[in-house]
Design a protein around this ligand. Structure first.
Ligand SMILES: Nc1ncnc2c1ncn2[C@@H]1O[C@H](COP(=O)(O)OP(=O)(O)O)[C@@H](O)[C@H]1O
Ligand SMILES: [Mg+2]
Length: 517
């Protein structure tokens, strides 16, 4: 709370004309404004269409009810003493040009003549063009650890003797951490729910709280806690990328920032489909021991007009509250496709996308973005500009030694001893294969052996199946070549060993193998 309090105090002291606070949590915002007003020696008055001007806590002001927005603005023009005038849910009236004009005049007058300020608090951000320059937008953050701790204490106190609490200090902190990412009301509800189940609160409730939180966040429809089971050992090859991630992890500490390092922003992985981009995002989450929040961009834009921006803001706020975390945006080109086109809803897409990029640039919370893309043509160029991501990696088809490693990973995963196989031979015949293709070969080999009287898998199975497979690359050699030449000057190769320069076409594959594919 203190950061946002400092920010708002600064705006109020520096007489910013109109402050627009975006939040679903009116109660928390008003509480903070109340404290700030006292601090600054000003009064606080709230307005809502239902109650007109009134005091927080309920008493109606002597100004009486001014339920009409025009009356409301007229009524606050000559305050008796410096006041923070807070308009709750005022956004619907900003569509009316006369109200907008009146609002601008009132704001100007208040600032110059009365040491008072006007603030709007609303879950929706809608600023008319005329007001864009004089409006300061503040994203009100979700509760942080300290505030959650206070809420937990308050909730437990309210339950009093009826409740049995058996939590050590560390468990209590773990519980509070598990509640990050929720609004205050959601925190209270989650607590009540796990407590009501058995009348007590102990370590066994922490998991329930985590589950509860996942549910709540999933309901928002855009973010999902992704339980990553993959480790870095499950990723074959990609040595440069893996080493880079290890380095960045070490820079993700508070003392690194104090030392003068920039906080890691994120990484963009571009490349051939099926070569381990999504896999690396998942593995990074386990390796870094940070929750993986999967961000479904398609859902951001899938909803009705005006909701997209709100969705994007809410997702960002949640990620910031859960931080440190990894925000995984898979196949971003699909989500942002509209941002490059001039047609349809490109206005919205562009705004939402602009908001995201600005956030990337300015974010202070430890949210590390891992974005992946299979197609650069559909990616807006702003995305690729230096300074957005810490690095852009190109994930190519695996080289020969990498293919051996990938085959090894998938044999091990299925409890087969890789030492019993000629992995070099497998690597040789799988030229042009993606990691996903190699995985398919291993899976098919196991299936063959199983159906063949449950015998053990052999090199012969692997090699035979690999020879009979037409890899994905052969169906799209031009696309891969295109990606490669694009990446040459714009991205860092994710591995040291280079794959075969030439990509065989479908015909070449058939010729070389003399078999019917
Ligand atoms: N480098 C790799 N090492 C091990 N397995 C891989 C590798 N690349 C791909 N795979 C296998 O193929 C699957 C699909 O790969 P994925 O990471 O989803 O590809 P993409 O690059 O399209 O995101 C993975 O889940 C994994 O099983
Ligand atoms: Mg993928």
């Amino acid at each position: 709370m203190s950061e946002i309090a400092d920010e708002l105090r600064l705006y109020l002291r520096s007489r910013y004309p109109l402050i627009y606070i975006v939040s679903h949590e009116e109660g928390r915002v008003v509480q903070l404004l109340h404290e700030l007003a006292e601090d600054l020696g000003k009064s606080l008055t709230l307005w809502s269409v239902a109650r007109g001007w009134h005091q927080p806590g309920g008493r109606s002001s002597q100004r009486g009810a001014h339920g009409d927005p025009r009356d409301a603005l007229a009524a606050c023009a000559e305050p008796e003493r410096p006041t923070l005038f807070v308009l709750l849910d005022f956004h619907p009236y900003l569509k009316d040009p006369t109200i907008v004009r009146q609002l601008r005049e009132t704001v100007h007058h208040l600032i110059t003549a009365t040491e008072s300020s006007l603030l709007i608090v609303s879950p929706v951000l809608e600023i008319p063009d005329e007001m864009e320059k004089e409006t300061t937008v503040v994203e009100f953050p979700l509760p942080g650890l300290e505030e959650i701790s206070r809420t937990v204490t308050g909730t437990l106190q309210s339950l009093g003797d009826r409740l049995e609490v058996a939590l050590g200090e560390e468990e209590r902190e773990e519980l509070e951490r598990a509640l990050l990412g929720l609004t205050q009301t959601e925190v209270e509800n989650a607590l009540y729910r796990v407590i009501v189940a058995d009348g007590k609160l102990d370590a066994s409730d922490i998991d329930d709280v985590v589950q509860e939180k996942r549910q709540i966040i999933r309901k928002s429809g855009i973010l999902e806690f992704y339980p990553a089971r993959e480790s870095m050992d499950d990723v074959g090859g990609l040595d440069v990328l893996k080493a880079w991630l290890t380095r960045k992890r070490a820079c993700f500490h508070r003392d690194a920032e104090e030392f003068g390092l920039d906080q890691p922003k994120g990484v963009l992985l571009i490349g051939v489909p099926g070569c381990g981009k999504s896999l690396t995002a998942k593995a990074a989450s386990s390796a870094w021991r940070m929750p993986l929040l999967r961000f479904d961009l398609g859902r951001v834009f899938g909803s009705y007009v005006g909701e997209s921006e709100q969705n994007m803001r809410r997702a960002i706020r949640t990620a910031e509250a859960v931080a440190p975390c990894i925000l995984w945006m898979d196949e971003i080109e699909k989500g942002f496709a509209g941002a490059t086109g001039a047609s349809g809803d490109s206005g919205t897409t562009q705004r939402v996308f602009g908001h995201f990029l600005t956030w990337m640039q300015e974010k202070t919370e430890p949210v590390f973005v891992v974005a992946t893309a299979n197609d650069i043509e559909r990616l807006p160029p702003e995305f690729l500009r230096k300074g957005r991501f810490d690095e852009i990696f190109f994930v190519d088809l695996p080289s020969e030694p990498e293919r051996a490693e990938i085959a090894e990973v998938h044999l091990r995963k299925r409890e087969r001893d890789p030492a019993g196989f000629d992995l070099e031979a497998v690597a040789e015949v799988t030229e042009g294969f993606t990691g996903a293709d190699i995985e398919e070969v291993v899976k098919a080999a196991l299936e063959t052996a199983y159906l063949d009287g449950r015998r053990e898998v052999t090199d012969g199975d692997l090699l035979g199946l690999a020879r009979a497979t037409l890899p994905l690359s052969a169906t799209m050699p031009e696309r891969i070549q295109g990606l490669r030449s694009w990446a040459q000057t714009r991205a860092m190769p994710a591995s040291r060993g280079a794959p075969a320069a030439e990509i065989a076409s479908e015909e070449q594959f058939r010729d070389r193998r003399h078999i019917d594919l």
